[in-house]
Design a protein around this ligand. Structure first.
Ligand code: MV4
Length: 447
């Protein structure tokens, strides 16, 4: 097992990882920017190293400084958390070269799955269902339009290295193809320095259902059930829950098996997420593999009782999976509400500032992950998520009552948050009935 882990992240995920390490008897090193000298992760770790100025590019994204801090403190592994360098294959590769364990998949796997056009083909070969679409990368609008004509409209144009909605366009008619392709491709070149595009049939009003997987270094792969992440606004997830209201046991089993096959097809290792679109006839289609621990991992921890961060660390240290598929029991229902320092009435503009007072609820089946405290000043340089309010109960009906009750108790004073907006979602009839898809926020709230 590792002796000391450096956490290349900040906020509640850094705190979550520090706590897991402490429980495992592993020493921790925090890295922090000049804006984070009073941050909770900086204070909680056994050691803390300042790695630069507030801007992420000068600190949490600065590979050399993070590697230097790792070597200087004699840490033997790096946990990248999510965002920042977590899906950066060059960073994973530099760790490998420096003989530092990167807690995540190998650089090679990150690269293979990062190219979504290539991943599609790998999945087709492995018999994992994908949306009908192109097999070859497309580089020009004319070729793309021919494919779109043969697939039939509406289609979705996507950047091979895309994600989070960047370099992506829906096209509903042939006349609109060329300009949309060129705009999406320009976005891809600017955003990812790559002009490879692919085209898929557009799936209308899908649910976003993702499966958590764990894979060790010996070819063992298991899944830990699904999370429904359909409630999102402009590709920012707002609420995640497990189980998904859409899945019966047969569909869950088929998707779980597809997720495991997807992971095996790329020789996956460590924790990962296989994302699917689910249409209104319960057809499911692979869309991508995320190679990081995700923001919403706690939802899976609540329904499985498995500590995903500890599992990630054990896998990276070369241990065999401690669970077989039969050992994974999905019990009850769990939900996560993301609280962001942002103003819904100002188009969700970030609202950094000082927290004057706060009340964090607790109680039976409640979990709060946060790194803020009374008197803490939220810096403007990073993302605006400040708290994840999670709840667990025996079924969805009880769960919704519980999460409403707990959300009503949260007090955060001094900064504007999306708390009331989230409360409105929890009281929405369509949400309560489980009738949600990725268009839910825009349809119900006109956003
Ligand atoms: C799609 C789709 C419909 N049809 N692909 C958005 C981000 C990226 N991960 C994939 N995305 C989508 N791909 C086809 N062929 C709809 C989306 C999509 C979406 C997916 C998951 C969660 C939220 C979404 C919001 C808008 C569009």
């Amino acid at each position: 097992m590792f002796n000391k882990i450096l956490i290349a992240n900040r906020g509640e995920i850094a705190v979550r990882i520090i706590r897991a390490c402490r429980e495992m008897g592993i020493k921790t090193v925090a890295v922090y920017s000049e804006a984070d000298k009073d941050a909770l992760h900086t204070q909680l770790a056994d050691e803390a190293v300042c790695i630069g100025k507030a801007q992420a590019s000068d600190s949490y994204l600065n590979m050399e400084r993070i590697l230097c801090a790792t070597i200087a403190t004699k840490a033997d592994a790096i946990h990248p958390g999510f965002g920042f360098l977590s899906e950066n294959s060059r960073f994973a590769s530099l760790c490998e070269k420096c003989n530092i364990a990167f807690i995540g998949p190998t650089a090679d796997i990150i690269e293979k799955t990062g190219d979504k056009s290539q991943a599609r083909n790998t999945m087709i070969e492995a018999g994992v269902p994908v949306v009908p679409g192109t097999k070859e990368p497309i580089f020009d609008a004319k070729t793309g339009e021919q494919y779109a004509d043969s697939i039939g409209y509406p289609v979705m144009i996507k950047a091979a290295l895309g994600g989070g909605g960047k370099g992506m366009r829906v096209v509903r008619a042939k006349e609109e193809f060329e300009s949309n392709f060129n705009n999406a491709q320009r976005e891809a070149v600017n955003g990812f320095g790559d002009n490879s595009m692919y085209i898929e049939k557009y799936v209308e009003h899908p649910k976003h259902v993702e499966f958590q997987i764990l894979a060790d270094h010996y070819g063992n792969v298991i899944h830990l059930g699904e999370r429904d992440c359909s409630i999102q606004r402009r590709h920012q997830k707002m609420i995640e829950e497990s189980p998904s209201t859409a899945l019966d046991e047969a569909t869950r089993k088929a998707m779980g098996e597809a997720a495991v096959n997807a992971a095996k097809a790329v020789k996956y290792r460590n924790a990962g997420t296989v994302e699917f679109l689910l249409d209104n006839k319960n057809n499911f289609y692979f869309i991508e593999i995320n190679t990081r621990i995700q923001v919403e991992h706690g939802v899976t921890e609540l329904v499985t009782g498995i500590d995903l961060i500890k599992e990630q660390i054990k896998i990276a240290a070369g241990e065999k999976l401690s669970y077989a598929q039969e050992d994974v029991v999905l019990r009850g229902a769990a939900i996560e509400i993301r609280i962001n320092a942002e103003d819904p009435s100002k188009n969700f503009a970030p609202c950094p500032g000082t927290i004057k007072d706060m009340h964090i609820p607790g109680g039976n089946g409640i979990r709060i992950d946060t790194a803020v405290y009374t008197g803490y000043t939220i810096p403007p340089y990073y993302d605006s998520m400040i708290m994840k309010v999670m709840a667990y109960d025996k079924d969805r009906e009880s769960l919704i009552k519980k999460i409403r009750s707990v959300l009503g108790e949260v007090i955060i004073e001094g900064v504007t948050t999306n708390l009331d907006f989230q409360y409105d979602i929890l009281n929405n009839e369509r949400f309560i009935s489980g009738d949600v898809n990725t268009d839910f926020i825009s349809n119900e709230f006109g956003l």
